[in-house]
Write a protein that binds this ligand. Structure first.
Ligand code: SF4
Ligand code: SF4
Length: 473
C-alpha cells in the first residue's frame, strides 16, 4: 500500500466524516483564511475584474433600443442578446438549461470545479471583493482572529461596524444591478428619480435582495459552497481519475515533515512537503488538500500559490500542489480525452447544434387556432354554413405586426367579427375571433380540414390547422 494511503488507512480517513468548519459539538468554526498571494491569485483578480465589468455594465447596454439581457419573471418577458423570448419559448429555455448542465458536467469531468473557484459569482464576490475588504479593514487572518477574540472596545466596534456597513453597501450595489436584469435599467432609473415611495414594491425587493446578499457574504460564506450548492455535492459523481483538479502530489510530498538537525546527521528520507500548513491556512473552505480531493475544494488555487512560495524558498520545484489528475500523479499520465469525455462532448455538440437551429428557425409570430368550444355550426341568412374560431397571436418582436388570414382549405371565406384589420402590438399577445363560411353545396363530410395561411405584408409566416363541422345532406 502507498504511504499516503497507509497513513489514511491508519487514521481511518476521519476527515471524510467531518467538516473542517464544524466542531465535534456540531457548532460552526469560523474560517479565518490567510490572505493569498501569488501569480494565480493575480490572474484570478484580473479575471474577477473582467467579470465585474461585464456584470455591472451589461444592464446599461442596449441593442436596438432594448436591453441586451432582461429576465423579467413578473411580466414573463425575457430578452437574451437582444432577442425577445416568451413563456411560449419554454422548449428553447429547457434545451438551453439542458445544454448548460451538460456543459458544466463535461467541464467538471475534464477540469474539476474550476468554475467554482474562478467564475462562480459566489466565489468571485466572496473571495475577490468582500474578503479583500475584510483584509483591508480587519487585517490578515491572525489580526482577524485577535479582533474576534478580544473584548468589545472602540477599535473592535469601529472595525466590525465599518466592515458590516461596507458589506451592506456593496450588497446594495449588487442588488441594484441584479434588479436591473429583472426590471430593466429604465425602471431602475425611475426608481431612483421618483424615489422609493413611488415604487414601494420594487424598493422592497431591492432591500430584500440587498439583505440576502449581505447575509450570504457576511455570514453564510463558504457554507454556500460546502453545504448548500448542489453542484459541489455532485462532484463525486462527475470526477474520475483522469479529471484535472487542484491536487497534492503525494508521491513527491510524502513523507512530510521538516528536516531537523538530527536528520542532517543521519538523513531520513523526506518528501518535499515541509508540513508548514500554509496551504491549509489560505484555504477559504478550511480544508487540507493533502488529504486528497474533497467536495469542499472549490479549486480556487490559493493553496497552489502558497505552496509554490514555500517550494521556491526551499529550492524545490514548484507545483507540489497544482492542477493534476490522480492518474497524472500515479502514472505520470498527461491530459487525455477518455471515451466517456468524447461521448459527453458529442452529445453536447449535438444539443448546441439543435439549440442554434431552433433559435435561428424560431417564428416571430406564434399562432394558436381553435374552433370555439361548445358550438357546432351556424346556418347564415344566405344559407351558408359557418363555424366560429378563436385565434391568438404572440408577437415575439419589438415591432407591431399587421396580420392577414388567407383560407386555403376548405373553399369558403373568412369573416372577422370585431375588426377588419388585425394588428398585433409589439411584444404582446393579440386575439380575435372569426367565422369561416362555406357554401353548403361544397360540403361532402361533417368533419372538414381547415388550413389557413397567416401572412404579414403578403409574406407567409406560418400555416395553422383546425377542423370545420357541418351537416351532410
Ligand atoms: S504549503 Fe506545501 S509544503 Fe507547506 S504544508 Fe502545504 S503542501 Fe506542504
Ligand atoms: S484546497 Fe486549495 S484549491 Fe481547494 S479550496 Fe482550498 S485553497 Fe482552494
Amino acid at each position: 500500500m502507498h504511504e499516503v494511503e497507509e497513513a489514511k488507512a491508519l487514521d481511518g480517513e476521519h476527515y471524510r466524516d467531518s467538516l473542517s468548519n464544524v466542531n465535534k459539538d456540531g457548532k460552526r468554526l469560523w474560517i479565518f483564511a490567510k490572505k493569498p498571494k501569488g501569480s494565480l491569485y493575480q490572474y484570478r483578480t484580473l479575471f474577477a475584474w473582467f467579470l465585474y465589468i461585464i456584470f455591472f455594465a451589461t444592464p446599461f447596454i442596449k441593442f436596438h433600443g432594448h436591453p441586451l439581457l432582461l429576465f423579467n419573471i413578473l411580466e414573463r418577458k425575457f430578452i437574451i442578446f437582444g432577442m425577445p423570448f416568451w413563456p411560449q419559448d419554454l422548449n428553447l429555455f429547457a434545451l438551453l438549461m439542458l445544454t448548460f448542465i451538460l456543459f458544466i458536467i463535461v467541464f467538471t469531468v475534464l477540469f474539476g470545479r474550476i468554475w467554482c473557484g474562478w467564475a462562480c459569482p459566489q466565489t468571485i464576490f466572496m473571495e475577490m471583493l468582500f474578503r479583500k475588504i475584510e483584509y483591508l479593514i480587519e487585517g490578515d487572518f491572525n489580526q482577524q482572529k485577535k479582533l474576534a477574540a478580544q473584548e468589545w472596545n472602540t477599535e473592535k466596534i469601529l472595525r466590525k461596524g465599518g466592515k458590516h456597513v461596507a458589506f451592506y453597501l456593496i450588497s446594495f450595489l449588487i442588488a441594484n444591478t441584479f434588479l436591473s436584469y429583472i426590471i430593466g435599467i429604465d425602471q431602475m432609473k425611475l426608481l431612483i428619480t421618483d424615489g422609493p415611495l413611488a415604487h414601494i414594491g420594487k424598493f422592497a425587493s431591492l432591500l430584500i435582495f440587498s439583505t440576502v446578499f449581505y447575509f450570504v457574504f457576511a455570514f453564510l460564506r463558504e457554507l454556500v459552497c460546502v453545504i448548500i450548492c448542489p453542484y459541489g455535492r455532485l462532484q463525486g459523481l462527475m470526477l474520475d481519475p483522469h479529471s484535472i483538479v487542484v491536487a497534492y502530489n503525494y508521491l513527491r510530498g510524502e513523507p512530510r515533515g521538516k528536516a531537523s538537525k538530527k536528520d542532517t546527521a543521519t538523513p531520513a528520507p523526506k518528501g518535499d512537503c515541509i508540513d508548514c500548513k500554509l496551504c491549509v491556512q489560505v484555504c477559504p473552505t478550511g480544508i487540507d488538500i493533502r488529504n486528497g480531493t474533497q467536495l469542499e475544494c472549490i479549486n480556487c488555487t490559493a493553496c497552489v500559490d502558497a505552496c509554490d512560495e514555500v517550494m521556491v524558498k526551499i529550492n524545490k520545484p514548484t507545483r507540489l500542489i497544482g492542477f493534476n489528475s490522480k492518474n497524472g500523479i500515479d502514472n505520470n499520465e498527461t491530459f487525455k480525452f477518455t471515451l466517456r469525455n468524447v461521448g459527453y462532448s458529442v452529445v453536447l455538440v449535438g444539443l448546441l447544434a439543435l439549440l442554434v437551429y431552433l433559435v435561428a428557425s424560431r417564428k416571430e409570430i406564434e399562432t394558436t387556432l381553435n374552433r370555439t368550444a361548445g358550438m357546432l355550426y351556424q346556418t347564415q341568412a344566405n344559407g351558408n354554413i359557418s363555424n366560429l374560431y378563436n385565434i391568438e397571436f404572440v408577437n415575439k418582436t419589438f415591432d407591431s405586426i399587421p396580420i392577414e388570414l388567407e383560407l386555403i382549405e376548405p373553399k369558403g371565406s373568412i369573416k372577422l367579427i370585431d375588426k377588419q384589420i388585425i394588428k398585433i402590438p409589439k411584444d404582446e399577445l393579440g386575439k380575435t375571433s372569426f367565422f369561416i363560411e362555406i357554401d353548403p353545396k361544397a360540403i361532402t363530410s361533417n368533419q372538414n380540414k381547415v388550413l389557413i395561411n397567416v401572412k404579414s405584408n403578403g409574406v407567409l409566416i406560418e400555416q395553422v390547422k383546425s377542423n370545420f363541422v357541418a351537416p351532410v345532406n
